[in-house]
Design a protein. Structure first.
Length: 538
C-alpha cells in the first residue's frame, strides 16, 4: 500500500484481538490501521472456513456469450458475489426498467441512465429480458450498445429484439453483462483466447490502494485541497491459463484445484530480502564510534523496496530482475494533466509539484508513469529520469519514452510516481541501474541511503514477481531499522545476530478456479464449470 504511513504493525502471528487506546497518549496511524487489520483478518478467516476449497458464492458463473454473432474468444461473467480465501469479490448488475422497445430499430428506452454508479456507454453488453406467461424462463436477447442518445435515454443494440416484441413480453428490463474481454481494467494481449486451445479460467484477487488522485470523491472539498485517509480496494480479474497438451484432439476438461492453480501461478522459491543498517567500522579507539554504524537520516522513514522487472527462475533464469526503492513508501505521486512523447523525450504537465520539497521532484529523480489500466495489468515499463522541472508551467521533461498507451487517457487517472534510487559504485555496495531500475544482485549488501542496506540472498535461484515489495521502517531515535532478527550460536559460544530473510510483504494474490474452456474452431467455447456446486444459490 503506497500510502503515507509510519509503518505497518499488524502481525497475525501475535494473535492480538484488539487495540486499546490509552488516555493521554500520542495516537499514531499505525495503531488505527492495526485495529482495522485485526478485524479484517478475523472476518476473512471466518469466511475462508465457510467457503473452503477454492471459494464459493452466487456470482462469477462462466457461461457462453450468446449474441447475434459467434464469439469463440469471449464469455459472460455472472453477476453476484464470490469468496476467495475469505475475500469478498462483487460484480453488480442491477436491472433497469425498459420503458419501450422498438424491434425494427433494435432500440430500447431505459428508465435510468446511470446504474451501479456507471452510465451507459457504447461497447457495453446488455441483456434484455421480458416475461411471457406461457414461457419460462424469461425471453432474453444479448447485444452490444452501438449508439445512444442521452436526451431520450435511447440505446441502440446489435441484437435481434424481434422475439421479445412478437411475444408481447412484459416486465421488460435490461442489465449490463460483463464479459471476459470487457471486464473492469481491460485485458492484456497475453490473455486473449485462440482456437484449438484449452484454458483454465480462474479468478485473480488482490488489494490496491486508492487515494484522492484515483478517486477524487475521497477528498473533502470543505478542506479546500488537502486529502485525508486513503482506501484499500479489492480488485479482481478473470484470467486464463493455457493448459493445452499435445495431440490433435483436446483432452477431456479437468479442473485444477485451488492449490494446484496457486502452485502454477506462484511457484516456490520466491525471492527474499534482508535489511539492516551498515555495520560499524572497526576502530582501535574504544571511545570512537563510527559515524556509519547507525541510520543517519534526519527523519523517520518507511522505505519501500519493490520488484520492478520480475523473473521466473524456472523459465527464464538468464533474465535480470530489477528493483526500485522509495523513502516515502512510494507515496510521492503527482497528477498528470497532459503527456507528450516525441523524439525519445517525454514531457508531462502536472496538476501540482507536490506539497513541499520532500514530496516534489528534482532533476535526476527516477519516475514511473502509471494509470488505472497499467496498475491493474501490472504493466512494466522502463523508468524515466527527470531532466528538468519548470515550476512556472509545472511541466517536467523526462529522458526516455513512456509506454504508448499509458498516461494519455485522462479518464484513467494518469499519475507520475517518484522513486529514490540512484546509481552508485558497485564495488562499494552501490546500485547498478538498468533501464531506470536497480539490478538485483544476489548475496551482496546494497546501499540505499543514510546507512540503510538490503540484501537479496540466493537471488540467482529465486523467482521475483513484478510489484512484490518489502517495507523497512527506519527510526532516528534508535538509529536503526525495524526488522526481525535471528541469532546464531557457534561452537565457541559466540552469538551472532542476523537480519531475517523475509518473503515479500505483498502483493498477496489469491486464486480460485472457475471453469475450463475448450476453444473449438468456429464455435463458442465449450465451458465446464469448476465452481463448488454446493455453494451455488439456485
Amino acid at each position: 500500500m503506497k500510502a503515507d504511513l509510519t509503518r505497518r504493525s499488524f502481525d497475525p502471528l501475535k494473535h492480538f484481538s484488539r487495540v486499546l487506546m490509552q488516555q493521554g497518549r500520542v495516537q499514531l496511524d499505525a495503531d488505527w490501521n492495526e485495529q482495522a487489520a485485526i478485524l479484517l483478518h478475523l472476518v476473512r478467516r471466518l469466511a475462508a472456513d465457510v467457503f473452503p476449497d477454492g471459494g464459493g458464492g452466487s456470482g462469477f458463473g462462466i457461461t457462453p456469450l450468446k449474441t447475434a454473432t459467434v464469439l469463440f474468444d469471449d464469455f459472460a461473467i455472472g453477476a453476484g458475489d464470490f469468496w476467495v480465501d475469505g475475500i469478498l469479490c462483487e460484480l453488480e448488475a442491477t436491472p433497469v426498467d425498459v420503458v419501450s422497445l422498438d424491434a425494427t430499430k433494435s432500440q430500447i428506452v431505459v428508465a435510468a441512465w446511470t446504474v451501479d454508479g456507471m452510465p451507459f456507454a457504447a461497447g457495453q453488453y446488455l441483456l434484455v429480458s421480458g416475461d411471457v406467461p406461457a414461457i419460462a424462463p424469461p425471453l432474453e436477447a444479448t447485444g452490444r450498445i452501438t449508439a445512444l442518445t442521452y436526451g431520450t435515454a435511447t440505446l441502440t443494440l446489435d441484437a435481434d429484439l424481434g422475439p421479445l416484441a412478437n411475444a408481447k413480453a412484459t416486465n421488460l428490463r435490461a442489465r449490463r453483462l460483463v464479459t471476459y474481454k470487457s471486464q473492469p481494467g481491460g485485458l492484456p494481449d497475453s490473455q486473449r483466447l485462440v482456437i484449438n486451445k484449452q484454458y483454465q479460467i480462474y479468478l485473480d484477487v488482490w488489494e490496491r490502494l486508492v487515494t484522492s488522485l484515483e478517486d477524487d470523491s475521497i477528498r473533502e472539498v470543505a478542506l479546500n485541497g488537502p486529502d485525508t485517509a486513503a482506501r484499500t480496494q479489492v480488485v479482481w480479474q478473470i484470467r486464463t491459463l493455457d493448459i493445452t497438451t499435445g495431440g490433435r484432439k483436446p483432452p477431456p476438461p479437468v479442473c485444477m484445484t485451488a492449490q494446484a492453480l496457486t502452485a502454477a501461478l506462484r511457484p516456490a522459491g520466491t525471492g527474499l530480502l534482508q535489511a539492516r543498517t551498515q555495520p560499524a567500522q572497526a576502530s582501535t579507539d574504544p571511545c570512537t564510534v563510527s559515524p556509519d554504524s547507525l541510520y543517519r537520516g534526519p527523519e523517520n522513514q518507511l522505505y519501500r523496496v519493490e520488484v520492478h522487472a520480475g523473473r521466473d527462475a524456472g523459465i527464464d533464469p538468464a533474465r535480470t530482475a530489477t528493483f526500485k526503492w522509495s523513502r516515502e513508501n512510494g507515496c510521492v505521486v503527482l497528477p498528470i494533466l497532459k503527456l507528450d512523447n516525441a523524439n525519445g523525450i517525454t514531457t508531462v504537465r502536472l496538476g501540482n509539484l507536490g506539497r513541499d520539497d520532500r514530496f516534489g521532484l528534482q532533476p535526476g529523480d527516477y519516475v514511473e508513469i502509471q494509470d488505472d489500466r497499467s496498475l491493474l495489468a501490472n504493466t512494466i515499463a522502463p523508468l524515466l529520469n527527470v531532466q528538468s522541472v519548470d515550476r512556472t508551467s509545472m511541466c517536467v521533461t523526462l529522458t526516455g519514452k513512456a509506454g504508448v498507451a499509458v498516461g494519455a487517457d485522462s479518464s484513467l487517472h494518469p499519475l507520475l510516481r517518484r522513486w529514490d534510487h540512484k546509481a552508485g559504485n558497485p564495488s562499494a555496495g552501490g546500485l547498478q541501474i538498468d533501464l531506470g531500475a536497480a539490478l538485483i544482485v544476489g548475496d551482496v549488501w546494497l546501499d540505499l541511503e543514510d546507512g540503510v542496506q538490503v540484501r537479496f540472498p540466493r537471488a540467482d535461484a529465486a523467482a521475483y514477481r513484478s510489484g512484490d515489495f518489502w517495507l523497512i521502517p527506519a527510526r532516528v531515535a534508535t538509529g536503526n531499522v525495524i526488522w526481525p532478527t535471528e541469532t546464531e550460536l557457534d561452537a565457541q559460544g559466540t552469538v551472532t545476530v542476523h537480519p531475517v530473510a523475509k518473503a515479500p510483504d505483498g502483493v498477496s494474490h489469491h486464486y480460485a478456479p472457475l471453469a475450463v474452456a475448450t476453444i473449438i474452431d468456429g464455435a463458442v467455447p465449450n465451458l465446464n464449470t469448476c465452481r463448488p456446486q454446493h455453494f451455488l444459490r439456485l
